[in-house]
Every structure is written in C-alpha cells, then in structure tokens.
Design a protein around this ligand. Sequence first.
Ligand code: SF4
Length: 187
Amino acid sequence: MLKINEIFYSLQGEGYFAGVPAVFVRFSGCNLSCSFCDTNHGSHTIMTEEQVVEEISKYPTRHIVITGGEPALQLSAGFVARLHSHGYFVQVETNGTCRLPDGIDWITCSPKQPVVVPDRINELKELFDGERPIFNPETDADVYSLQPLDTGDCVRNAAITEAAVEYVKNNPRWRLSLQTHKLLNIR
Ligand code: SF4
C-alpha cells in the first residue's frame, strides 16, 4: 500500500528532463520540514501499487516522475520493477537524506543538507541563492543543474537568475535549470 498525495500529467518543468511529458506520482510525507517548502504533500489517499499503475496508464507518456515529499520513505525495488514491467522509465526526485532502492533509471537529488546519502545519483539539482549553490554537497553526478531560488519577489528573482547565469559561465560544471512550469503557468 502506498500513501499517494496526487497523480497528474504535465511536462517536467526543471532539470535535465525539462520539457519532457511525464506523469508525476507524488508520495505523501517527508522526513524534513524545510521553511521554504512549497509542496503540500501532507494529505494522501491509500492506493495499491496496481491502482497507481492503472492511474498512470491513462496517460500516453512512458516517463514517470516519482516525487514527494520524500519518495524514499515508501519506494521499494518491487514497485520500480513493476513500473519497468509496464515499460516505464522511472525518474525519482529525492532530497538525498535516505537510501533508495536499486533499479531506478534516473535519480535527481535536490539536496536540503550538505550530505547526499545515496551512493549513486544522476543529477544534482541545486538551489542558487544569488551567490553560491546553497548546500553544495560533495557528490558525483552525471549532470549538475543550478536552479535560481524562487524568493517570491520578481525583482529579487531576476537578480538571482542573472547571477546564476554568470555563475554557470564561470563554473561550467553546472548548467542552468529554470522552473519552466512556473514560466508557462502549468503544473
Ligand atoms: S525536502 Fe522537499 S518536500 Fe521535504 S520539506 Fe523540504 S522542500 Fe518540502
């Protein structure tokens, strides 16, 4: 049984797969309580794994994004294998504080502390505060995405984004990640 906050179809807005149509499966609950958290992940519906597969199969994409909250609290290798058996590519978005099961196709870690627990991640997606990556953990990744912090103030946001462009140009390990779903006003 899984505690599911919501399942919806949209475009991946951020990071390496920005623009890719994806079904988002948001697991309920998180082990952190960040002051800047903008995700209402508390409420949930109890669903079986098969019910989740049934729901996501209503949409034409094969790209699944498992997010939260913190999906590592509930995600199992068995569920990942079940998704694979239905032909899905499984991307997981994690805060990096918990171990993850084997078999995940793409792990995006948006760290909320300077340590990343999983041995392997594909993408480090870091927030940039206008001066530096905020948590900047020592970890290897295939892709390093730098995302300007959304302060809720458009003037400040523009200054942070401008600074992020300069930071990426000076530190080319990084690439810029924008929250395109907010620019497009989609989910
Ligand atoms: S880790 Fe993410 S989901 Fe959890 S409280 Fe922090 S911002 Fe919210």
